[in-house]
Write a protein that binds this ligand. Structure first.
Ligand code: AMP
Ligand code: MG
Length: 339
């Protein structure tokens, strides 16, 4: 298959490209498109065959449900049984944006999109190109991250190209993703909302609105709360080990372990303290947003450097600490504790 490549400037929506890509999607084809979180691999979320194409192209396990991307609350209403009042409160603050809510689905949503669950994940993205594409299609776009399953999520069209060129019909290139980490997934079908995956809306922001929210901190993290959480994910080719403990001890442990072909994922503050190995700086510990947005790209750079092993500092800093550590733990082969 030849993958068409379209370049677009976020400030100048090219309606010809949007029309071309929406025509492809209407014909059941697959189009990767930019969102503010990461690039999505889009298909008609009401078309079972098109949805099957997503699972095939990504090599995605069949029991991992997809997020439907819509452009309005009206579209949410159209595909759900009931909308709890908390959804309106959350939508007012966080939509359009990096929050996915789990609703009870109605019969219009095929089970292919929800991996046979009676619930459906829905989000209104804020990216102008994503919204223009959904509007031109008139149906929800089922869109998981546009990476090959198990690899780090794509925060740039080059990542999509690396993983999916030749396997999908088109890619819309709109430069780097702004947030660079996936949406927060929140289950609102029970009495108390439960965070299934921390992401672009922080736990702290959610707690301001829902003080009794159930998040990773209080639930058993060994039990997957969402189907997609049980898989090893986001993994660079070399095994990655997290090194946890007091900063001085972490730096000294990684320095002892590192050889010339070892990858080191470190903070800006510690970067110059390592003298052996291939260092990638995730950003300053004072800038949690930057740490989150650099994460997936950094993991992919280690593949290019062909390192043997990667040691990563523990990035439990600031607003996005839960999201960053959730991804790093899923990418890792284990944690080394230094005490
Ligand atoms: P991705 O689009 O690849 O970033 O992954 C979507 C995430 O949402 C995965 O972790 C899924 O397991 C989760 N998800 C999607 N639909 C549901 C649902 N109906 N119930 C629980 N989790 C869901
Ligand atoms: Mg994904």
């Amino acid at each position: 298959m030849i993958t068409s490549y379209f370049k677009m400037d976020i400030n100048h929506i090219d309606n010809d490209i949007i029309t071309k890509c929406s025509e492809l999607l209407k014909r059941g084809k697959l189009v990767a498109f930019p969102t503010e979180t990461v690039y999505g691999l889009g298909a008609n979320g009401l078309d079972e065959k098109a949805i099957a194409g997503i699972f095939k192209a990504k090599g995605r396990p069949m029991d991992n449900p997809l997020i439907l991307h819509v452009n309005s609350m009206d579209m949410v209403k159209k595909f759900t049984e009931e909308i709890p009042s908390v959804a309106y409160d959350l939508a007012k603050i966080f939509w359009p944006g990096p929050l996915t809510m789990i609703f009870r689905k109605n019969d219009l949503v095929p089970y292919a999109a929800t991996a046979n669950l009676d619930t459906v994940a829905i989000r209104i993205p804020s990216h102008k190109v994503a919204l223009a594409l959904i509007t031109a299609c008139g149906f929800p776009l089922a869109a998981p991250s546009a990476n090959y399953s198990g690899k780090p999520s794509p925060t740039d069209s080059a990542h999509v190209y690396e993983d999916l060129n030749g396997k999908i019909d088109a890619i819309i290139d709109c430069g780097k993703s702004n947030i660079g980490i996936e949406s927060t997934v929140l289950d609102i079908t029970g009495d108390i909302p439960v965070v299934l995956r921390p992401g672009g809306v922080s736990i702290r922001q959610l707690e301001l609105l829902i003080p009794n929210i159930i998040s990773e901190k209080v639930t058993d993290s060994s039990a997957p709360k969402s189907p997609g959480m049980k898989y090893r994910h986001y993994s660079p080719e070399a095994p990655l080990y997290l090194v946890q403990g007091e900063n001085e001890k972490v730096v000294s442990k990684i320095s002892t372990l590192a050889g010339n072909n070892t990858g080191i994922l470190c903070s800006l503050e510690n970067m110059n303290r390592y003298h052996t190995g291939k260092r990638i700086c995730l950003g300053s510990i004072a800038n949690s947003e930057q740490l989150a947005s650099n994460l997936f790209d950094s993991l992919r750079i280690f593949d290019k450097l062909q390192v043997d092993t990667i040691y990563s500092e523990y990035f439990e800093y600031g607003e996005y600490k839960e999201a960053i550590m959730n991804r790093l733990k899923k990418a890792s082969s284990g944690t080394i504790s230094v005490t």
